[in-house]
Design a protein around this ligand. Structure first.
Ligand code: SF4
Ligand code: SF4
Length: 281
């Protein structure tokens, strides 16, 4: 870690870093860093002044998030959060938990990788028509996150100068606790409308794992559900083929049935896995 850190300082041409993140923490990465003495290393970095504030970015389930939060006096964390993902990953529970411990909260994916901004289904459009606020889709999603007082910083990928200008405008005008109960209810309705389009009720709980064939059941189902919810099949085919490693793809399923009794949502996993294969492969 010392070697990597020195390389980072060299590349950044600086002697210290204000906000340093341990990247993409989850069960495995965290266990690996713990094994390699990361707690003592972080103490050392802060004591030396080379790192002013230390935090971690996170992609896993809430119990793992809580465990990591409790393991160290972090300054901040970075979590995926948007009006659709209020229960996924760290979720709103994680956000509140970390904030209660005095941690700064950086939100990533406030637009769900742009999926909340394009191909809006008519059902969702219909819900937004009831809003008293005249906002475009990006503004709407960002306002939801900025409405939460505990949020310190919102990250959003931008690919055009207009998006930068618009996001600055939103960040400048959005206020915590500004959304009325009625408006917040519309976000919940929109979330419900998106989820209703999903062909499966998979919550990503991972109780079905491990699959003896190595199929990443929640990952395959997640991309499959997104394709229906966000309506851009080609994009999701690319996502599936590019990101899900071959050894974890749906076509590895032998329909052995070992996962069947483990799913609390009673999903017929082998049957649905065959559909994922046909749809996304
Ligand atoms: S049915 Fe398919 S997904 Fe389920 S455990 Fe067997 S091989 Fe894995
Ligand atoms: S157990 Fe069921 S709901 Fe949970 S991840 Fe597996 S398929 Fe999805």
């Amino acid at each position: 870690m010392d070697t990597y850190f020195q390389q980072q300082l060299d590349k950044l041409q600086t002697d210290y870093i204000d906000y340093y993140l341990l990247h993409a923490m989850g069960k495995e990465n965290w266990a690996n860093l713990r094994k390699n003495g990361v707690l003592a290393w972080m103490d050392k970095m802060k004591a030396s002044g080379k790192v002013k504030h230390i935090g971690f970015s996170f992609h896993d389930k809430y119990p793992v998030f809580r465990k990591i939060v409790d393991a160290y006096p972090w300054d901040f964390c970075q979590i995926q959060f948007n009006y659709l993902d209020i229960r996924e990953q760290a979720g709103r529970r994680g956000l509140d938990y970390a904030a209660a411990k005095g941690m700064g909260i950086i939100v990533m994916e406030p637009l769900r990788g742009g999926k909340l901004v394009t191909n809006i289904p008519p059902e969702v459009e219909h819900i937004w028509q009831k809003s008293a606020l005249r906002l475009n889709e990006a503004e709407r999603a960002l306002h939801y996150v900025w409405n939460i007082p505990e949020v310190t910083l919102v990250l959003s990928g931008m690919s055009a100068l207009e998006q930068v200008q618009e996001n600055i405008r939103t960040a400048s005008t959005a206020k915590a606790n500004e959304l009325s109960r009625k408006e917040l209810n519309l976000y919940l309705q929109a979330r419900k409308a998106y989820l209703a389009k999903a062909p499966l009720p998979c919550t990503g709980c991972e109780y079905c794992l491990p699959c003896p064939q190595g199929v990443s059941i929640p990952w395959c189902f997640g991309v499959y559900m997104d394709a229906f919810m966000f309506g851009d099949v080609e994009r999701h085919k690319r996502e599936y083929n590019f990101f899900v490693p071959d050894e974890h793809k749906a076509d590895k399923c032998t329909a052995c049935g070992a996962c069947l009794s483990k799913c609390p949502q009673h999903i017929n996993i082998p049957v649905e896995m065959a559909k994922v294969k046909a749809y996304l492969a």
